[in-house]
Design a protein around this ligand. Structure first.
Ligand SMILES: [Zn+2]
Length: 319
């Protein structure tokens, strides 16, 4: 396409493009537009200007995208809004869509990439950027790490040699079903912070270092995708305790035997060589902070330890 014809095409009325591309749930708008442009041998910027010719780059609204994108792609407005979360706010009858439980664009979700092997199986061979929930870390079917720390799709790596990481993904999903997403999300953030502090002090490193060596030559390093993968079974194991009312109650009573039972559960579910270790142990600090919060709120006296004991699941590193 020459410069002149490109300019006139940009300002022409929007028509259906010759080639459609398959929609992927939770894909970002820029990713979908890039795939649609590539399939039709267009530049992404040209396609954007064609869909919204009268607006400046900073003022192109999703509303304009939605109507013109439906024409250009051949997909209905409803179908586009279900698949592409960024477009939903501009739907003319949003209340009629069934959006409960669907992934939203923005926090607490983050940008990530769909499993490249799952995409290839659907005939999609370019990276698919999508809005990712905190529990989306491993493609269980392909045993690929697709989650935290990754900044590009082709950096996804196999965790097949470490099946406990794949099992941790399944365990994570079970926790969501049992306790609900928002509660597990908060417990996961706390567990991740505690495990990261342990790493900073090189506490209970043995198992995590072995996993890291199986994945990369790099040492354990916060933010590195291999480190996220190496620590994932322990973070999920700790999440299971922090999300459990039964185990939380053990940390809030004055009965030292109950607290010892909690620490024994950390030993069995999280790190096999765990022992509470003074001020450097961020789990000890976390428990102390929780007790202060309950005390300030006047709730400490209301804590009972008679909640029925939940089923003890196998630890993620065990077969
Ligand atoms: Zn996959």
């Amino acid at each position: 396409m020459t410069k002149t014809s490109r300019r006139s095409w940009r300002s022409a009325p929007v028509k259906r493009l010759p080639r459609a591309v398959r929609l992927v749930p939770d894909e970002t708008l820029r990713s979908y537009l890039a795939r649609l442009a590539k399939a039709n041998h267009l530049k992404s910027d040209d396609l954007r200007l064609h869909l919204a010719p009268d607006l400046t780059p900073t003022s192109r609204t999703a509303h304009t995208w939605l109507e013109s994108l439906a024409i250009a792609s051949g997909a209905s407005i409803d179908v586009l809004c279900y698949a592409l979360p960024e477009l939903r706010d501009q739907h003319p009858a949003l209340h009629l869509l069934s959006l409960r439980g669907r992934t939203i664009a923005g926090k607490p979700n983050t940008l990530g990439f769909a499993c490249r092997r799952c995409m290839a199986a659907r005939g999609i061979f370019t990276p698919v950027e999508r809005w990712t929930r905190h529990e989306h870390n491993v493609c269980v079917r392909h045993q690929l790490w697709i989650g935290r720390g990754l900044v590009q799709a082709d950096a996804q790596f196999s965790v097949a040699a470490l099946p406990e990481i794949v099992r941790a993904q399944s365990w994570h999903l079970r926790l969501l079903r049992r306790h609900g997403r928002s509660w597990v999300y908060r417990a996961f953030l706390d567990a991740d912070m505690i495990r990261s502090r342990w790493m900073a002090y090189k506490l209970w490193h043995t198992v995590a270092e072995r996993r890291q060596r199986a994945l990369t030559t790099q040492p354990l390093w916060r933010g590195h995708p291999a480190t996220h993968a190496a620590l994932y079974p322990e973070v999920v194991g700790l999440t299971s305790l922090l999300a459990s009312i039964y185990w939380r109650q053990r940390t809030l009573t004055d009965d030292v035997h109950e607290l010892d039972r909690f620490y024994a559960a950390v030993h069995s579910r999280v790190v096999p060589d765990y022992q509470p270790t003074g001020y450097r142990d961020h789990l000890v600090r976390w428990i102390s902070d929780q007790r202060k919060l309950y005390d300030l709120a006047g709730l400490l006296d209301l804590v009972h330890t008679d909640t029925p004991r939940e089923t003890i699941e196998s630890t993620p590193w065990k077969a």
